[in-house]
Unconditional design. Sequence first.
Length: 613
Amino acid sequence: MKYTSVGYCREEVQAIALFPVRRSMPLRQKIQISNILIVSLALVFFIISIYRIVFNQTLERTTASSQQEVNLVKKSLATMFLSVQNFSKFALINQDTQHVLSENTGAGSDVSALKSIHNTLAAMLETEPNIDSVIIESGSGELYYTSNLTGVSLQSLDVYPREKIDSARGGAVWVDTFRPSFYSGMKRKNMIGLGRVIMSMEKGTPLGYIYVNMDERTLARLYQNGQGAQNPTMVINGDGLIVSASDQSLVSRSVRGYSFSQWVRAGDEGSRIFDVAGVTYLVSFQSLEPYGWKVVHLVPTSALTYGYWKIALLMIVFGLISMVTAVGLSIVFSRLLTRPLKRLSEAIVEVGAGNLNMRAPAETDDEIGRLGATFNEMVDHIQGLVLRVEEDAKTKRLLELRLLYSQIKPHFLYNTLDTIRSMAVMANAKEISNILRALGEFFRSSLNNGQELIAVAQEKKHLQSYLYIQQIRFKKLKYHIEFEPEIEACRVPTMLLQPLVENAIHHGIREMPDGGLCEIFGYAEGEGEQGNLIFIVRDNGKGMDEEQQQRIWSNEGEGELYSFGLKNIQDRIQLRFGGSYGIELSSEPGKGVEVLLRLPLILNTDDPEEVDE
């Protein structure tokens, strides 16, 4: 146990050494630092929250704006495609076109009809600016096209899906972006085409094909608006190929490698944030029906936070002003709050130094005021305890003086008895000599040279002398003394057991016609410094009831029981060793009395007073 206690103390000292500032810091500074930390954390949380709120609101507005822009592009594209489809019908129902294709005339025949076809094609270009070029193919393979085209051949028309166009039977079939081998305006362009079968108005049989081409850049101009590679808008088909894009370098590329590809291709519309090629984008898209295309718009999230440095600077300035204000208020309020505690601490220090007249201020009814009032009550109680200890010390000394007086009184009688015993020995009166010797030993043990503690063996000898004398007086008296040999060297207060035995004889068994039995036992309970010394004095006399026992402890006994009885011994023991030691009395009428005496286990020493301390 000692080793554990030392180890614990060592660990505590090390812990204190690790945090010397925290342990020794005044409470006022602790409150100030705590307030600063709390305000700092609150400000950081507030700034982060405001930043996130602003960012989320900006993101919501940007998402709505992006969706609106995508929707506008989708509607513009749908209007453009519908207009192109409608203009393509004019060529189908043109009478000259129907006549030339149905007659299957050569290029040099019916010049007026051919001129009418070319005028129709030229009118389509002029009327619909979104149309780049138009090609008409007859059933016999004759080609008629707008004047801005060069290098048109039957082989160059393989880019148009004939099977889909045939199966549509006059319906419009859109062709994704392609780069034909012929030239438009002396340039090769990325084209988006529309193909139809030209049906005979009279017979309903196919006469040929019409191919309407749109420049991909015409579509891009709808959503380009100065956007570049950092903020692209694109149109992709169902296979993930880019049909058109604000950035021309993206046209005809696949988006399958992008993180948003599967999400866009699987849905109809939406907005989400994706990481694309190491850059975070807000991706918004909508479906362009019935073409099976998707309009996709990308906005980098860095654009959302553009200009946020002003907000951040404003927040930093606000945080610094709040921090300075918090520090000032913390200093003021910490002084107001800790002033009563400081005065209470000063009062505690004064009381600890021995000034029991010092009192703490208890002017308020809060926790500090109640603490001060409780402290004052505790000091009052301590003062009362000090006075009580002083009174107990006086009482103890008075008992010791009374014991010494009781020892000194028979001194003269002891010397006289010794003289009489010598005369009895000379007169050969052996029985008288024995009783005088026992009486002399009894008084010698009582005097004990003024020592307060004696050995158990000496106390046992004192009892034997006393009981020998009593047995001569009361012939039928029986006694039995049994002490463990191990305790005979232990120390006990003098005149401890004899008054108990005397009470047992005179108040318990003296008036019994058949005599009585007095038994005295002594043994050790426990070991070492934690052990106790137990003595039991038991008689088989008339016993006592509860009222008689209460009279004993209330000092209302009679004779020697009052002057030098159980209460006297109880007071001596508890004054010397504490309230956990003393006498336990148990008795019933007609069944005798048993007195158990518990003392600390004190080993023999050459200096009894040192043991006492």
